[in-house]
Each structure stands twice: as C-alpha cells, then as structure tokens.
Design a protein. Structure first.
Lengths: 107, 189
C-alpha cells in the first residue's frame, strides 16, 4: 500500500515544494519571487511555509538587503527526500490503477 | 485517491517545476545577448583593423571588449540576484567552467606554439563552441545546438572564406548568440 505525504499532498504546499525542489540543491528564492510565481497572497504563503518549516521540509531565512527586510526560502534535504517519496507514491498509484484497468479489460 | 486526481497532481508538479526553472534561469539570455554584441563588435573591429594594417590594435581592442563584457556580466549577475530574489550556486559553476576553458586554451596555444592570429582565433572559437555544447548537456539542449552551430560556422568560415573569417564569425556567430539570448529571455518571462 503506497502512502502519500499528507503535508505535501495539500495543493498549495505541493506547488510550493515543487517550485523549491526545481532549484539546484543549496539554492534559495526570495519570498516575493515565490509569491509571484505561484500567485499566492503573502499571508497564505506564510501559513503554508510555516507548516513546511515545522516539518523540517523548508528553511526560512530573514535578512536585510540595502536596509530592506528580505525573506529567503529553500528546500531542505529532508524536504527534497519527502517530496521525491510523495511523487514516487503518486506514480505508484497511477501504475496500480493502470494495471487494474488492463486486468479488467483482459477479463 | 482517484487516478485522474493523481494525474492532475503530477501535471501540476511538472508545470510548477518547469515555470520555476524558466523564471530563475531566463536571465541567462542577457549574458548571451551581451557576448553576442561583444562578438559582433570584436570581429568587425578585427576585420577592419586588418584591412587598415593596424594588426597591433587587435589584441588591445579584444582586451577592452572582453574587459567590458566581464564587468557587465558581473553587474548582470548581481542585478539578476536582486530582481529575481534567487541565489544560485550555478554562477560559481559557470565562472569556473569558462575559466577552466580559458586556461585550457592558453595551455594549447603554448604547447603547440601557435602564433598565427586566425589559428588562435579558431582554437578559441572551437573551445567556446565545445563549452556551449557541454554546458547545454547539463542545462538546455538549445545551448548545445548553439555550440554545434558555432563549431561548424568557425571551421566553414576558416576553410571556405578565410578573407571574411572575422566578419562571418562576427555577424553569424554573434547574431546567433543575440537571437538565442532574446529567445531565452522571453522564455523566462
């Protein structure tokens, strides 16, 4: 029985993780970049990032650039692993469904 | 979970990942436009200076153009980081990659004792083409295609039109870099 990751399975968090995992390992993006890319409000993005951060899937860093506050986000190695496992689980479900459909047709 | 929902999730993942890569990598096109302009100016200047018997001015001209290119490249890199809010380890890899190729060229020129301007130019161009080809294998197929085009163009220009070698490379090679750069910038939007 394949198990989906309930935290990553939520649609907004799935998109956040997909965006962060698409970057090279060690890379990070600015909060506003992620917000614009995914078309989310700052509040919505913050809530989901907090949940992912609590799970250890992302790391959120705050700092200043030219005296302006900035927030950067990156996927952690654990987050990348969890996301890859979630994608594997999705693909396994699809394979199982296709196998079952072919078996049904064969009868 | 229904299979159609699973397919939807996988499609969304693919789309978001593709969009992220485009958005964070599109600024690479500005570098190609910049170096395309350097090629057009450098090779046109080389052609003109050779016709005017001012061969001594060719190296300083390239030195100035390359220097300006490097300075603008650094500025573009910093600007991209601020605008996109994206810090990438790719920059270091790209810098080290081209530095290694430059050292490789210097070693070959020294080992084979090359002195003719066109031989040196051809060697450097083929190394740049190889650089694009190999770099494209890790990034985007179009960059590899540019590498192949530049290699074929360089050899063809050297063999078939030696008198117009510099002009051909300037306008065709530089043109390809500029057009490809514009394409990459548009992809990143």
């Amino acid at each position: 029985m394949v198990e989906l990751n309930p935290l990553i399975h939520q649609p907004t968090r799935l998109r956040i993780m997909a965006a962060l995992v698409a970057l090279d390992e060690g890379d990070r993006v600015e909060f506003t970049f992620l917000q614009n890319l995914l078309g989310l409000t700052p509040g919505n993005l913050s809530i989901h990032l907090q949940k992912l951060e609590e799970a250890g899937y992302v790391v959120v860093e705050k700092g200043f650039v030219r005296r302006r506050p900035k927030t950067w986000v990156a996927a952690t190695p654990e987050g990348r692993e969890a996301f890859a496992a979630h994608v594997d689980a999705l693909e396994a479900i699809l394979r199982q469904a296709r196998g079952a459909a072919e078996e049904e047709e064969g009868r | 979970m229904r299979p159609e929902h699973v397919s939807d999730d996988l499609r969304i993942i693919r789309e978001v990942m593709e969009r992220t890569r485009r958005a964070s990598g599109g600024y690479g096109g500005w570098f190609m436009i910049l170096w395309g302009i350097v090629w057009v100016l450098g090779f046109t200047a080389t052609h003109v200076l050779l016709r005017l018997d001012l061969e001594r001015a060719i190296n300083p001209t390239w030195g100035v153009l390359n220097g300006v290119g490097v300075v603008i490249s650094i500025w573009l890199g910093l600007r991209a980081q601020h605008r996109r809010g994206h810090r990438s380890t790719l920059w270091r890899a790209v810098f080290l990659w081209w530095l290694a190729l430059a050292v490789f060229d210097i070693l070959l020129i020294w080992l084979f004792g090359l002195t003719r301007g066109q031989e040196i130019a051809l060697l450097i161009l083929l190394t740049i083409a190889l650089g694009y080809f190999l770099f494209g294998l890790f990034t985007h197929w179009a960059i590899s295609a540019i590498g192949i085009f530049l290699a074929v163009l360089s050899v063809a220009a050297a063999l078939l039109f030696p008198a117009y070698f510099d002009l051909a490379l300037g306008f065709l090679g530089g043109g390809v870099l500029i057009v490809s750069g514009v394409w990459f910038v548009r992809q990143g939007r």
